[in-house]
Design a protein around this ligand. Structure first.
Ligand code: SAM
Ligand code: SF4
Length: 504
């Protein structure tokens, strides 16, 4: 299942019990880059039984893309004689896959690296490496100045890891932070963290060509490039054959996925077919009607009606869109360099509601961006009232080095004000999430069973196509089955119900 979505729901759930404690509530939401429960998770994949295999410990932070990348890294190193372990003290190599999106994400990783440095004092042979966005951003600092690691590999350098580890073995510090224009790891079949799982992430593109002024991603992940559609469909087919029943197609801006088409819209090779995101989604939907298709993230400036029309055409493409707005005020959006206005965004919302009528919509919102006035913040609240999001991920603005915002604007909204505004949007979102769930009561929803409910072994949980978590009695139902559930109760986070039918 999608941990990304699960944690959001869990966070709302925690928040729900904390209505009278706004400070705690703010903290719960402040850091929802995606999945708090998974931050720092270590991968373990099946052993190939070799006694001489070296042990790799890999820990991941940040967005789904990073978790998906850790699967690629584990795959590359397992081809080179490594086995994963969840026991850091058994490891020969410790890798930490990092996120730079906000300052507190980086601080968490630094604390962890300091702990690993202590382990290295006891075991000087241990290789400690940093991967991902922080590696790209800080490059040699972590090696030479802070002396926290032996190895630094940026997001496009994972194929080089076996060599880099070997270099460290010869007493050198190893670095590869070259960003590539074409690396998509298309030919690497990622090992899955949750073997026997139901839901998997499939990366369809890497990097980002947008320059949102607050965002560090274009600097850490490089230029946007799309992966060969045939390899994507093949990976989804393989996952389905292995028992997976849901794939989430991942990219920073999935709407700009394009194969054999230049950024100016010209065909690269007239003898080959072209594929855009709507066509890619259709190809994946056709793998099997039993394979649910989700995707993330859509960009309001690029989301076209043809994507919505494909969603409406296939029952197995889930009616759920994550459409980050960031702010409800056109001036702020302009300073953020988002490429759309409030009116444009609302037009896209109207298109979703018209073409995919029962579609759930979620968003990302940043409070206290440079120069944000009370009136501009009020526009975000009024936009939330207009759209009535089903879910939202909400953050305080965190200035990131080298971004356009850092160079052009003052981070002049006091932290306390950012926090107050964040609490206001969280408060509003809680009401909207509750209303959205209350509307489901009495309806019958098709649910893909993901496993045991966290509350009780006697209950199972699964998701509706709209991405709401549903809990119901276990009886004889099994993970991976589709069931029809009549919704009887809800909180702002969860639906409760009774199974009325097993789907064929
Ligand atoms: N590509 C996606 C998009 O355009 O919406 C989002 C990628 S980013 C990993 C996820 C979210 O983190 C963003 O939508 C934004 O709300 C938040 N974010 C990014 N940079 C931030 C910053 N400097 N401070 C606070 N939040 C930030
Ligand atoms: Fe960052 Fe904007 Fe690219 Fe999203 S679209 S990754 S927010 S630059």
């Amino acid at each position: 299942m999608s941990f990304f979505f699960l944690t959001y729901i869990m966070s709302i759930c925690q928040v729900n019990g904390l209505i009278s404690q706004p400070k705690i509530r703010k903290m719960e939401f402040d850091n929802k880059v995606i999945d708090e429960a998974r931050q720092g998770e270590a991968i373990e994949i099946q052993s190939n039984g070799s006694e001489n295999a070296k042990k790799l410990y890999i820990e991941s932070y940040g967005c789904q893309m990073n978790f998906s990348d850790s699967e690629v890294v584990a795959s590359i190193l397992s081809e080179n004689g490594y086995e994963t372990t969840r026991d850091v003290s058994a490891a020969d190599v410790v890798l930490i896959n990092t996120c730079s999106i906000r300052e507190n994400a980086e601080q968490r990783v630094r604390n962890r690296l300091t702990e690993f440095k202590k382990k290295k004092e006891d075991n000087p042979e241990l290789v400690v490496g940093i991967l991902g966005c922080m590696a790209e951003r800080l490059k040699k600092n972590l090696l030479e100045e802070e002396k926290l690691v032996d190895l630094v590999a940026g997001p496009d350098a994972y194929r080089d890891l076996p060599n880099l580890i070997e270099e460290v073995g010869t007493g050198q510090k190893a670095v590869n932070v070259l960003l590539s224009r074409d690396e998509t790891y298309a030919d690497i079949s990622p090992v899955r963290l949750d073997q026997g799982g139901i839901s998997a992430f499939v990366t369809i593109m890497r990097g980002c060509d947008n320059m949102c002024s607050f965002c560090v991603v274009p600097f850490t992940r490089g230029r946007e490039r799309s992966r060969d559609p045939e390899t994507i469909v093949e990976e989804c087919r393989d996952l389905f054959e292995k028992g997976y029943r849901e794939v989430t197609l991942l990219g920073q801006n999935v709407d700009s996925y394009r194969w054999n088409i230049t950024s100016k819209g010209e065909i690269k090779n007239p003898e080959l077919p072209t594929v855009n995101f709507a066509q890619l989604m259709e190809k994946v939907a056709l793998v099997s009607p039993l394979l649910r298709v989700r995707f993330s993230t859509s960009h309001p400036k690029d989301m076209t009606d043809d994507v919505l029309e494909i969603m409406a055409k296939y029952e197995n493409i889930c009616p759920y869109i994550h459409l980050p707005v960031q702010s409800g005020n056109t001036e702020v959006l302009y300073r953020m360099n988002r490429g759309y206005s409030r009116e444009w965004y609302l037009d896209r919302i109207d298109a979703i509601k018209r073409i995919v009528p029962d579609c759930a919509i979620s968003t990302d919102i940043i409070t206290g961006f440079c120069g944000e006035t009370e009136e501009e913040h009020a526009d975000t609240l009024s936009l939330m009232d207009l759209v009535q999001y089903d879910f939202a991920y909400m953050f305080k603005y965190s200035e990131r080095p080298k971004t356009l915002a850092e160079r052009r604007f003052d981070d002049d909204v006091p932290d306390e004000v950012k926090g107050i505004r964040l609490n206001e949007i969280i408060e509003k979102q809680l009401q909207h999430s509750l209303l959205s769930n209350q509307k489901q009561i009495g309806t019958i929803q098709k649910v893909l069973i993901e496993g045991k409910s966290k509350r009780s072994d006697e209950q199972l949980c699964g998701r509706t196509g709209r991405n709401s978590m549903v809990i119901f009695n276990k009886e004889n139902y099994e993970k991976g089955q589709y069931v029809l559930v009549k919704i009887t109760e809800c909180t702002s986070a969860t639906l409760m119900g009774e199974v009325v039918e097993i789907c064929a």
